[in-house]
Design a protein around this ligand. Structure first.
Ligand SMILES: [Zn+2]
Ligand SMILES: [Zn+2]
Ligand SMILES: [Zn+2]
Length: 360
């Protein structure tokens, strides 16, 4: 295909003049990173003025700050705006109490649904107690929702068990995945994406892949608590149909994929092998935890995911606990024609990795 224009930043062919969507988002994020304190204050006022329909600037703010001014969740609660739930991430106690009161009063399943996500994002012990109380004594609206309050808590990166014990599912630290500037930088990266393996998939015949090879001993990755190498192995073709695919890792770099089924008879396409040519590496510096939670042009490790459908934490087959969210890889960063996101989770205790695909 020959299109008349090219993106001035990356050279992608376009049907219009200007930046491609990816470079445009990156440019706006860079602009947000340069906002002065006065500009940030002005943006916060603009967000509050548009709290009924939260503007993208809220997310650009979260790409540079780990939290927002308490005035924003206060304004959201006053306007009864419960979307997006990240408005309430670690919101102050008065806002939390307002959310709990609204949740205890509501009779509408849809509102309960949103309020539980908001409380998941608020995430403190009172929020946990409120969700636990509703799990033990379900309200009539519970019948119209698919999952328990403890699963709603996962929206905020944590959950609780039957006894009300908290379990953290997300890491506060987040790194972007970036393109290597040189072959040497690529070699040195403690994170490599989509490495080809020798063996082939028993279902589609395609090349198996280590979708992630991560060396937890790198200083940047200490927060993961992995004292060695984590490898996540799957068939990059079948993972879109047989979700999730699980593999076991050993800290010396070993990896074994667990049996999986391919629900789709689609044959492997040779062009999928282009994913192995990527130059993606771990970014040099951390970014805020929501950096990859709204804009879908970047892959991130740690922090929060942008789930293309609902959040979905895999249950560890060994210990029965929900796994910890590790990273998201945008397929189109690996090959232009691909869509959707690969989500990688792991159970550090049992050394099991989950890989699941979602797309809108
Ligand atoms: Zn571009
Ligand atoms: Zn396959
Ligand atoms: Zn486990």
């Amino acid at each position: 295909m020959n299109l008349p224009y090219q993106c001035p930043d990356c050279g992608t062919e376009l049907g219009y003049e200007g930046l491609c969507w990816r470079c445009r988002t990156a440019a706006l994020r860079r602009a947000a990173a340069a906002w002065t304190p006065a500009e940030i204050a002005a943006k916060e006022q603009e967000i509050i003025a548009q709290i009924d329909d939260v503007p993208d600037d809220f997310w650009y703010l979260l790409c540079r700050e780990d939290s927002v001014a308490p005035a924003i969740p206060r304004a959201a609660l006053a306007a009864r705006t419960f979307w997006p739930p990240a408005l309430y991430y670690h919101a102050p106690a008065d806002v939390r109490d307002g959310l709990i009161a609204a949740l205890m009063e509501t009779e509408a399943a849809q509102e309960a649904n949103e309020l539980m996500m908001c409380l998941g994002m608020q995430g403190d012990d009172r929020a946990l107690a409120a969700l636990l109380a509703l799990e033990r004594n379900p309200r009539p609206w519970r019948g119209q929702l698919y999952v328990n309050p403890s699963v709603y808590a996962q929206c905020g990166g944590w959950t609780f068990d039957r006894e009300g014990r908290r379990r953290t599912l997300n890491f506060d630290t987040c790194y972007p995945i970036v393109h290597a500037a040189s072959a040497e930088e690529l070699d040195r990266s403690p994170v490599r994406i989509a490495r080809p393996r020798e063996e082939h998939c028993p279902h589609c015949g395609g090349r198996m892949a280590d979708m992630l090879v991560l060396d937890g001993r790198d200083a940047r990755l200490q927060f993961l608590g992995i004292d060695g190498i984590l490898t996540a192995t799957c068939c990059p073709n079948c993972v879109a149909y047989a979700e999730p695919i699980l593999s076991r890792y050993t800290l010396d770099g070993g990896s074994t994929v667990l049996p999986y089924e391919n629900a789709d008879p689609t044959a492997y396409m040779e062009e999928l092998d282009t994913i192995f040519d990527n130059d993606l590496i771990l970014g040099a510096s951390p970014v805020p935890r929501f950096y990859g939670a709204f804009f879908d042009d970047v892959s991130t490790l740690g922090g929060f995911a942008l789930w293309e459908q609902d959040w979905s934490y895999t249950t560890c087959p060994d210990c029965g606990q929900p796994m910890k969210y590790l990273m998201q890889i945008r397929w189109n960063e690996l090959a232009d024609y691909m869509e959707g996101t690969l989500y990688i989770e792991f159970c550090p205790t049992c050394q099991v990795v989950s890989m699941q695909h979602q797309q809108t």
